[in-house]
Design a protein around this ligand. Sequence first.
Ligand code: GDP
Ligand code: MG
Length: 234
Amino acid sequence: MKLSIIIPAYNEKKTIDEIIKRVKAVKISKEIIIVDDFSTDGTREFLKNLHDPQIKTFFHKKNHGKSHGVRVGIKEAKGDIIIIQDADLEYDPKDYSKLIKPIEQGKSKVVYGTRFPKKKGHPSLLHPYEILSNPFYFANKILTTMANVLYNAHITDEPTCYKVFDAKVLKSLNLKSERFEFCPEVTAKVRKKGYKIYEVPISYNPRTAEEGKKINFKDGIEAIWTLIKYRFIN
Ligand SMILES: Nc1nc2c(ncn2[C@@H]2O[C@H](COP(=O)(O)OP(=O)(O)O)[C@@H](O)[C@H]2O)c(=O)[nH]1
Ligand SMILES: [Mg+2]
């Protein structure tokens, strides 16, 4: 089965080179799709000069937001399975093989990588506060609890960026998000269609705002609102 890796990138000059190397190093059948969201720090120029036959690049004419980039990638994806890969180094492509396994084995059509697995055997063995700083951890708990209460999701890490899908399922969801609401929208919509979310423990290496993290308090509020909204509309 072929994996489509979608990388939304916005001002990630410091990490784009390294994340591409790490993704390419994974030995599975794959295509890499990178959507530059009108970066202004040199990421765009770097990608324009790549000329790598394994990588398809798309360039926005203005900044739209992460979810818009992800949606462009979904439309272009030709693989059987789709994973979203951030352009920073918080998530580790070495986790791909275990993330896609439940889909390959036909156990599930949707897999999330969790940083807070309930079962023993967490790879990092860190305390949750060492994984996410206090406000991010709090937001994570709210969003995860809401997904479980509103959508009966039974998950431990709703906002995780490692979300993996059977390509046909993801393409069928009619996604509309622009900024950071891809995660809550997709969680709401897969659950409303009755797909179960299978979780796999992953490793995580957080970055700070100083290091380039862009998601903030307002995005957290928007994510909460998105989970509520899609309970009532499609
Ligand atoms: N396309 C696009 N991607 C963005 C934008 N802002 C952030 N990103 C990308 O989204 C990913 C996640 O960003 P990050 O700030 O680390 O948030 P988090 O990992 O979701 O908490 C990174 O790959 C960013 O480059 C944006 O405005 N447009
Ligand atoms: Mg990130």
